[in-house]
Design a protein around this ligand. Structure first.
Ligand code: SME
Length: 205
């Protein structure tokens, strides 16, 4: 099957069946690959395009998911020394706590999200720091919301929390924006949390 066809959605499925389908397609797409950049790129594209094909719940019209992607912990990126040079920091611990824009689909978005105490703001930072999904029915009513696109009305952010050897570390977040108020439900939350776990399990960190 051509890779693009993994974003086709069977007609008439409900949300539970939709998310099971996307999870299954993603497991095939990530098979045999452990690089996180590659895998997050395909995950963002699959989720975004599957939701665009998922009428009448989302689709490509007025209920569309207009952004789907990842913000990831800055130390995961290939050249943190370049970032340190740009910011004047010269020691590992001086790199500011922030998430950097990772693989995504949609319009351009903010480069980074501050997560440092006193600077942290917005839905992504809150989900990352709490290690819990944040579901926002109305972004305008959410204190500190960062508006990358003025058309966004609702949002959901799932943290990527790696649990290993009895410890856990938040590596980043999966963020989706929607054009309608209350676009996401608890069923979407469950589906996306399972997908976040699949992404975590499928990469070497
Ligand atoms: N709204 C997010 C910022 C990222 S964009 O939605 C892509 C926030 O408040 O953290």
């Amino acid at each position: 099957m051509p890779h693009a066809d993994s974003a086709l959605v069977p007609s008439g499925v409900d949300k539970a069946a939709f998310w099971t389908h996307v999870h299954e397609q993603l497991s095939y797409l990530l098979d045999g690959q452990r690089n996180w950049v590659t895998n997050l790129a395909n995950a963002a594209s699959l989720i975004y395009n599957s939701l665009a094909a998922f009428e009448p719940h989302f689709g490509s019209g007025e209920r569309a998911v207009n952004w789907c992607g990842f913000y990831m912990e800055s130390n995961l990126f290939p050249s943190p020394q370049i970032f340190r040079a740009q910011t004047g920091a010269n020691k590992e611990h001086e790199v500011p706590d922030r998430l950097l824009l990772g693989p995504f689909c949609g319009k351009p978005a903010c480069q980074f999200i501050d997560t440092a105490p006193g600077k942290a703001r917005g839905v992504c930072a809150d989900a990352y720091i709490a290690g819990k999904t944040v579901l926002v029915a109305d972004v305008d009513a959410y204190p500190g919301h960062i508006a990358c696109d003025g058309e966004t009305k609702s949002e959901i952010v799932c943290p990527l929390v790696l649990r290993k050897d009895g410890g856990e570390a938040a590596l980043g977040v999966l963020d989706l924006d929607c054009l309608v108020l209350g676009g996401f439900t608890s069923e979407d939350q469950q589906g996306l949390e399972r997908i976040a776990q699949l992404v975590l399990d499928s990469c070497d960190w």
